[in-house]
Design a protein around this ligand. Structure first.
Ligand SMILES: C[S@@+](CC[C@H](N)C(=O)[O-])C[C@H]1O[C@@H](n2cnc3c(N)ncnc32)[C@H](O)[C@@H]1O
Length: 485
């Protein structure tokens, strides 16, 4: 049974306990203490009045033996008496996807049982278990009480997250919003993780918090810098209405398939990575050659394939190719996805860049390929502007050194203004700007942003400031300093 058991690093727990500003005698709750890392951290900081809850009897007994004097409960936190009150909560709630919540039935937890509790009334059906924990924990705080919690930022990317965020913010103010990277948990590295410090309030003031960035390294957490968070952009059209998306070709062994020593007729051009492209078109890109036999292979190619197959069989690697050979399949036949679309490198270094792959050449899996369902030049404009760049800066994962990694999912979460409401003249302007960007390689994203701003929820000034701030902070984090756009 998946109880969402992911244990927090000691240094992170210490850092989180240091964010508490309650008095030493305050009543502190850890609603799911696991192996007790927050109990340890709170005791080290001199807090004595600690209550802990944990559903797993084995973990409960382990911690109970360690701290016989502490008020520990073995049970389901979601069923905690709603009349209880605490001065502070510190926690790492279980991350359990909604489809798996019903698996907890033997423990008396099902989606329908939790949704009966009025405190969860504002949560969507697709809520993850950590959302229930956060709402419940906030509801048990005294007015002015504090919650310090660590959890994945996945809510910021999912639709269900909007309702969760609304409910969470209706229960208190966010005082600290810290995105933390490094090996935060004992087990696998998690997706992006945030530490929130919230203060319970019946009338939250809607503080606009700064997002701070912290890193766990060498057993210490260091907060590097902060950027004002302008929040999410709300635009009416979802990505899937205007486009489809795929990842470029994964060869399974670039050494064999890319630039093979065979006649050119047994290859096709392929664009390997963003460095091969200058400007916003693949027209003049430096292309590699991909092994692709369309008719019958030349003698040279056949000899090459035989020697490659021998070495794969000897080394039993790469596994996928070995398995294909063992199954008697044509292991060298690859099916690159149609490259004719707008391509985007999933690693962003300085600026964002959606590139028109006019030639339709194959692209490697360093790119996503976006297939517009609307006019492709209009789509190109909807992608190459600050409204889109901002959304991606906000949801991408920072990898240090100024690098931002975007998942396919991040792109699928993009939203756009509704082009059916655009004046014909504005559409023409956008198409003209796209054409100019593609043919000259000049960055026209600022001009496109200006042309779209009349149809977007934020003014040109606001989106420019918000996007440039985020980008600047990412690049400064990497020690690059901010360049022009
Ligand atoms: C993400 S782990 C965190 C453990 C610990 N606080 C830490 O950070 O190392 C979540 C814990 O919640 C416990 N848990 C899951 N569902 C629970 C529930 N309904 N009530 C109480 N504890 C629960 C799990 O057994 C697990 O130990």
């Amino acid at each position: 049974m998946d109880l969402g058991q992911v244990f927090t690093d000691n240094a992170v727990a210490d850092f989180m306990a240091s964010l508490l500003s309650v008095r030493p005698s305050a009543r502190i709750l850890d609603p799911c203490f696991g192996k007790g890392v927050f109990i340890d951290a709170c005791l080290r900081r001199g807090y004595k009045n600690i209550t802990g809850c944990e559903i797993d009897p084995a973990l409960y007994s382990y911690v109970e033996k360690k701290y016989p004097g502490i008020d520990l409960i073995c049970g389901d936190f979601l069923k905690a008496d709603p009349a209880l009150r605490y001065d502070a909560v510190i926690m790492n709630p279980p991350y359990i996807r909604q489809e798996k919540i019903d698996d907890l039935k033997p423990l008396g937890i099902t989606k329908s049982s939790v949704s009966k509790d009025p405190v969860f009334g504002g949560l969507p059906g697709a809520a993850n278990m950590y959302m229930y924990f956060i709402v419940k924990a906030l509801s048990l705080l005294e007015q002015g009480g504090e919650m310090v919690a660590i959890f994945p930022v996945s809510w910021q990317n999912a639709k269900s997250g909007r309702e969760f965020e609304k409910l969470m913010r209706s229960l208190g103010d966010v005082e600290r919003h810290i995105r933390i990277s490094g090996k935060i948990f004992e087990t696998a590295e998690m997706v992006e993780v945030v530490i929130l410090k919230m203060r319970r309030s019946d009338s939250p003031g809607g503080l606009r918090e700064n997002i701070e960035y912290a890193r766990l390294a060498g057993g210490r957490v260091t907060v590097s810098h902060s950027v004002p968070d302008e929040g999410g952009l709300d635009m009416p059209v979802e990505f899937s209405i205007y486009a489809d998306i795929r990842r470029g070709l994964t060869t399974g062994c670039n050494g064999i398939f890319i630039n093979p020593p065979v006649p050119e007729s047994d290859t096709v051009p392929i664009i390997s990575g963003p460095k091969c492209v200058t400007g916003y078109s693949t027209e003049n890109a430096a292309k590699d050659r991909l092994l692709k036999i369309t008719g019958s292979a030349s003698e040279e190619t056949t000899a090459y394939l035989t020697s490659c197959a021998e070495s794969i069989k000897d080394q039993k690697r790469p596994r996928t190719l070995y398995d294909k050979i063992a199954a008697g399949k044509k292991w060298y036949e690859l099916q690159p996805p149609d490259g004719a679309g707008i391509i985007f490198s999933y690693f962003v270094r300085s600026g964002m860049k959606f590139i028109m792959n006019a030639s339709g050449d194959a692209v490697r899996d360093n790119f996503y390929i976006i297939y517009p369902k609307i006019d492709r030049l209009l789509m190109f404009a909807l992608l190459n502007n600050y409204y889109t760049y901002y959304q991606l800066e906000r949801c991408g994962k920072r990898h240090g050194a100024g690098l931002l990694k975007l998942q396919r999912y991040d792109l699928e979460q993009l939203c756009f203004p509704d082009i059916s409401g655009f004046k014909e003249d504005d559409k023409k302007t956008l198409i003209k700007l796209s054409k100019k960007m593609i043919s000259t390689g000049k960055n026209m994203s600022e001009e496109i942003t200006g042309a779209i701003s009349g149809y977007a929820p934020w003014s040109f000034e606001r989106i420019s400031g918000a996007y440039k701030n985020l980008r600047k902070s990412r690049l400064e984090e990497g020690g690059y300093g901010a360049e022009s756009r």
